[in-house]
Design a protein around this ligand. Structure first.
Ligand code: X2X
Length: 335
């Protein structure tokens, strides 16, 4: 590739905008696509995406250039979902639960306490349950990559004290992402959930609009939520991931051979990212403790009982319908 002064300058400007993500010379590529997401640059999702984007550029001989816009630079999740639908951005990663604002049954993988561990998660999401959800996403005219990326098992943080049992969640002012399933779950716990996009979470915690939030350790660490939250309760109350979505027209503009290169590299990156996040979640408790967080490990029993007694599972079974629920139950059945 010939590097002109113009491409060099364009590259420099992009670097300044995208934090530490490298980006070189969009002008020379045939397909200049944007990938937007809500996570800090240091999160494994952005690190592995950056590797994938470099490989895609190389393997397509520079024909496909994907620029990453991390950290809500192009808007909050609900805005970015609109953008990927209209083509304002070509790629976007989103939690299945937030995606359910467009594809109602996409949230089924986030039902409380569904998966006992990662083996069960990947068997389901790389298997029939994931296939079912991807079918639903495609019906909404979005393209979705086969491998879902990991967000992780979610833990509750607070500035007011540890959560030991379901009773401690009563009246608790907690931020939840914008999704009916999240709101419903914390209403079942009799908390006071507030729907807030991730773009606003740090400031909502800092200004005490809410007392707590829930996220996997990798996000608590990379988004520096430990600066504004003192307690972390390892509730593991749900698993969450990120579907890698593409705008359909933009995807179809790519010739078949380029689509194969893009999809293969993104899916390979997803599998590596899963390993990174699992490792991080195993090591981060120590690191976050050193930063001043206080951890506790509650038993899941009172939380599960509360959800059951509140009719949470029955309500969502009725909402998803018998077909989806049957696939879900099969996917979470002990092997
Ligand atoms: O918004 C959140 O909490 C996050 C970052 O975990 C999601 O994308 C669902």
């Amino acid at each position: 590739m010939k590097i002109s002064r113009r491409t060099m300058l364009a590259g420099t400007a992009s670097v300044a905008f995208a934090g530490t993500l490298k980006y070189a010379g969009a002008q020379t590529a045939e397909f200049n696509y944007k990938y937007a997401n809500n996570l800090p640059v240091s999160h494994p999702m952005n690190q592995r995406a950056q590797e994938a984007v470099a490989k895609i550029r190389e393997e397509t001989n520079g024909r496909v250039a994907i620029q990453i816009f991390p950290n809500n630079q192009l808007g909050a999740d609900t805005d970015m979902l609109n953008q990927v639908r209209t083509g304002g951005v070509e790629f976007f990663t989103l939690s299945p639960l937030i995606l359910s604002t467009l594809v109602p049954n996409a949230s089924i993988s986030g039902i409380g306490f569904a998966f006992p561990n990662y083996d069960a998660v990947w068997a389901a999401m790389d298997g029939e349950l994931g296939k079912y959800v991807r079918g639903e996403i495609e019906k909404a005219n979005l393209v979705v990559m086969e491998k879902i990326w990991d967000n992780g098992f979610r833990q509750i943080t607070s500035s007011s004290g540890p959560i030991n049992t379901a009773d401690d969640l009563k009246g608790f002012k907690i931020r939840v992402p914008v999704s009916p399933l999240w709101t419903s779950m914390f209403k079942a716990f009799e908390s006071a959930p507030a729907s807030i996009n991730f773009a606003e979470v740090y400031s909502a915690l800092q200004t005490k609009i809410v007392d707590g939030q829930e996220n996997p350790l990798a996000i608590i660490a990379t988004a520096k939520l430990y600066e504004v939250q003192q307690y972390c309760s390892l509730t593991n109350h749900m698993w969450d991931g990120f579907w890698f979505l593409a705008n359909k027209r933009a995807w179809q503009r790519l010739p078949e051979d380029l689509r194969e290169i893009v999809a293969r590299n993104l899916n390979e990156a997803a599998v590596k990212e899963r390993e990174d996040v699992a490792k991080l979640n195993a090591s981060l408790q120590e690191e976050l403790t050193a930063k001043g967080m206080k951890f506790n490990q509650p038993s899941p029993d009172s939380f599960r009982a509360k959800l059951r007694d509140a009719g949470f599972y029955a309500e969502w079974k009725a909402k998803y319908g018998d077909e989806a629920w049957a696939i879900f139950e099969k996917a979470i059945a002990p092997a």
